[in-house]
Design a protein around this ligand. Structure first.
Ligand code: PRT
Ligand code: MG
Length: 223
């Protein structure tokens, strides 16, 4: 990146492709910002907007908090699931945007009696990408678990005997049903948050505040 990114009038927004990008577009529009390229068709990772002072970085969903924490991006949008795993260090989280909504749940094979296993004090093997959230959830319940860290396709783990249960985000429930899994416990509701680099919030407040205000108004109208 060139030196212009260190100019306090320049803003960098980190987004992931897919649902977060798509759901953030109307919020950007409310702030008068239009992204000039489509990340689904362009191979570019830094996208221009109609405002020469604002650019969009396309990164993996789980990497958004990291870019913002280190100031490589001034602000970003990330799911609560991702933020809980990251820990939120160096990040200011001013707005729940109420986009990309889903829930974090425990799911098992349709034939597995989860409640009984819990009652019996069985030690459960749980596969998940969300190890911090899962550890905390089962610790609160007093259930002993062996956590198996995966990076995707958690639904496969119980089907092939890798685990007794999974902790994953669910929206329609279609993926669970298609794999003969059932949701046995909801851990929490999930939505995406605006995250802002703490130093950028101070140094670039003048540029950031109108955008944060527009995001807040637009996300309230969407509810
Ligand atoms: O896909 P990638 O590995 O790059 O990363 P990611 O899965 O973290 O990113 P992405 O873009 O898929 O999700 C970004 C954010 O969207 C997540 O951090 C969540 O906060 C939120 N979100 C909302 C979801 C879903 N809904 C969702 N359904 N994230 C993932 N899913 C998955 C779910 O785990 C299941 O495997 O989509 C699949 C289909 O869900 P059903 O229930 O509709 O069938
Ligand atoms: Mg995904």
């Amino acid at each position: 990146m060139n030196d212009t990114t260190r100019d306090s009038s320049q803003l960098i927004l980190a987004l992931s492709k897919g649902r977060i990008f798509d759901d953030t577009l109307p919020l950007l529009a409310a702030a008068g910002i239009e992204v000039l390229e489509n990340p689904e068709t362009s191979r570019k990772l830094i996208l221009a907007t109609n405002d020469p002072g604002i650019r969009v970085l396309i990164v993996r969903a789980t990497d958004v908090p990291t870019y913002v924490q280190h100031g490589a991006a001034d602000f970003g949008v990330a799911g609560k699931d991702v933020l809980l795993e990251h820990g939120g260090e160096g990040l200011y989280q001013p707005i729940d945007l109420k986009i990309a909504c889903c829930r974090m749940s425990v799911a098992v094979n349709a034939g597995f009696d989860y409640d009984n296993a819990v009652r019996q004090g069985a030690r459960l093997r749980v596969a998940t990408k969300f190890v911090h959230t899962a550890r905390e959830h089962f610790a609160k319940k007093g259930v002993h678990v062996d956590l198996i860290k995966l990076y995707g396709s958690m639904e496969l783990a119980p089907l092939v005997g890798l685990s007794d249960a999974i902790v994953d985000v669910v929206s329609t429930g279609g993926t669970l049903r298609a794999n003969n899994l059932v949701e046995v416990e909801k851990i929490m509701e999930i939505s995406s948050r605006l995250v802002v680099n703490q130093a950028a919030l101070k140094l670039k407040r003048e540029r950031l505040q109108p955008i944060l205000d527009a995001f807040e108004r637009a996300s309230k109208q969407q509810q």
